[in-house]
Design a protein. Structure first.
Length: 225
């Protein structure tokens, strides 16, 4: 080929740039590969974060609806309870497990409510339906005809016709009506039974709530259930 001719020189120079398009094609492919590699790294990092979250126990499920954050073993499953016995004029006497903080009315309701032989007047006088229950407490609902008059006590006081007042369930107002017991002593009795229920009437003296001489004035009027 004669390259000395002018048109051969022009032809040769114009044919050189034709080698560059393959370089540009390689460059474009490299950029695509880099972008794909970057996406792969991002996906891998996201997967690693999810695995780490699951291993740490901090897995959060995101959904369109607002779900509960607590598991099935919430406070209800581990709620503290107490055990009481309900006896007397109720539909189903027995031992019941109730949530901590329940009232006497809750215990009677758990026992099916009052039975037909209940003495309403005595129940109103002896039971404080709003009083908080304590563990191992006995709630005795009076029946008609069983409020027998008690015999003379150590002080020789006359028998009461209104029934015996239960130190574990009586209201402060009811305790205030006892001879020798005022509002202050009544509150002491309530505070003491909230700490530990009375097992016998003499606990008032042994636990230094009242003096023996004061207890003698109303011993025949009270009981513990």
């Amino acid at each position: 080929m004669d390259t000395s001719a002018p048109w051969r020189t022009v032809e040769t120079q114009e044919s050189v740039p034709s080698e560059h398009p393959p370089d540009r094609l390689h460059l474009g492919r490299s950029r695509l590969l880099l972008a794909a590699a970057g996406m792969l790294v991002a996906v891998s990092m996201g997967a690693a974060v999810m695995v780490a979250s699951q291993q740490g126990g901090q897995v959060e499920v995101v959904s369109g609806a607002s779900g509960s954050t607590g598991g099935p073993a919430g406070p209800t499953a581990t709620q503290a309870t107490l055990v009481v016995e309900v006896a007397g004029a109720v539909a189903h006497p027995g031992v019941f497990s109730l949530p901590l903080g329940s009232r006497v009315a809750d215990a009677i309701q758990a026992a099916g409510g009052y039975s037909p032989d209940v003495d309403p007047r005595q129940a109103e006088a002896q039971l404080n339906l709003a009083a908080k229950l304590v563990d191992a407490q006995l709630i005795r609902v009076p029946r008609r005809g069983e409020a027998a008059a008690s015999g003379p006590g150590a002080s020789g006081a006359a028998p009461t016709t209104a029934g015996l007042l239960d130190l574990n369930t009586a209201t402060p107002e009811q305790l205030d009506t006892l001879p020798g017991v005022g509002p202050v002593t009544a509150q002491k009795i309530v505070a003491a039974r909230e700490q530990q229920r009375f097992g016998k009437v003499d606990d008032l003296v042994t636990r230094k709530i009242v003096a023996a001489s004061v207890l003698a004035k109303f011993r025949s009027l009270v009981t513990v259930g």
